[in-house]
Structures are given as C-alpha cells and as structure tokens.
Design a protein around this ligand. Structure first.
Ligand code: ZN
Ligand code: ZN
Length: 132
C-alpha cells in the first residue's frame, strides 16, 4: 500500500482510497479485468465505490502511464498494470486474456509516414485450450 501511495505521489496524483485500491487490484490480478470486472470485485468491500469512479480512475491510471488499455474486440476494453512490452491472447469463448511474449514488430519507415507510433499492441484472438 505504501509503495502504491508513493508511486501515485511521484506521478503527481493524490493517493485517494479508490485509486490505491483499484491500482492494487490491477497489480495483483493477471486476468486483465474490464472496468466492470474491477467494479464487481471491489464494490462488496467498498460500497461507496461507483462505476463512474472506477471508469475515471482507470482512465487516469492510463493517462499517467501506470496502466495499459488492451483494446479487445466488441468494445470490451481490458486493463493491465503490467506495462512491460508484451502481447495478449484473447479467448473469444471465455473472454480470458493471457499474456504472451510480444512478437517483435519493428516500426519501419512506412509506419512513420502515417504518423508517430507511441505504442504497439499485439492481440491474438482465438480459442484457448480450456474451451476447445
Ligand atoms: Zn477460453
Ligand atoms: Zn498483459
């Protein structure tokens, strides 16, 4: 908890209880939860927590670079506190999002002709072994 407070303070944001709890939850989870999943998991212990606070906090954590958004099909945005370079496998059937080694995609000249590349997202979509 102290470490999280320190990290938030260093990013210049006040370490409010929802921020600490949501970031702590994301760090502990390897499931890449959606905003709704974060809300459902934390709401029982924090009855005052609203969906809006969860959405706004997740957006803020992304803005300050502590959390990454993973764009998954069908508008189901997932969140990851592991900001190291890696890709994801998304199971269409059960919705699991599994970390994978990021296939190396070099940003070549043609990308730069289109615009600046800030981030590379690799999402493989399929059916996991449990669902086959
Ligand atoms: Zn599956
Ligand atoms: Zn991940």
């Amino acid at each position: 908890m102290e470490r999280i407070k320190e990290v938030l303070r260093r990013k210049g944001v006040p370490a409010s209880t929802p921020r600490i709890c949501i970031y702590d939850y994301l760090l502990a989870q390897k499931t890449h939860p959606s905003a709704e999943m974060v809300y459902s998991a934390l709401h029982p212990q924090m009855p005052a927590l609203s969906r809006t606070t969860v959405y706004n906090t997740l957006r803020m954590l992304c803005d300050i670079g502590l959390v990454k958004q993973i764009p998954i099909c069908e508008g189901d945005m997932r969140f990851d506190a592991d900001i190291s370079e890696h890709g994801h496998f998304w199971c269409r059937k059960c919705g699991r999002v599994i970390d994978i080694d990021a296939p190396h995609i070099a940003t070549n000249q043609s990308h730069h002709e289109i615009g600046n590349v800030d981030e590379i997202q690799v999402v493989l979509i399929g059916t996991c072994h449990n669902c086959k």
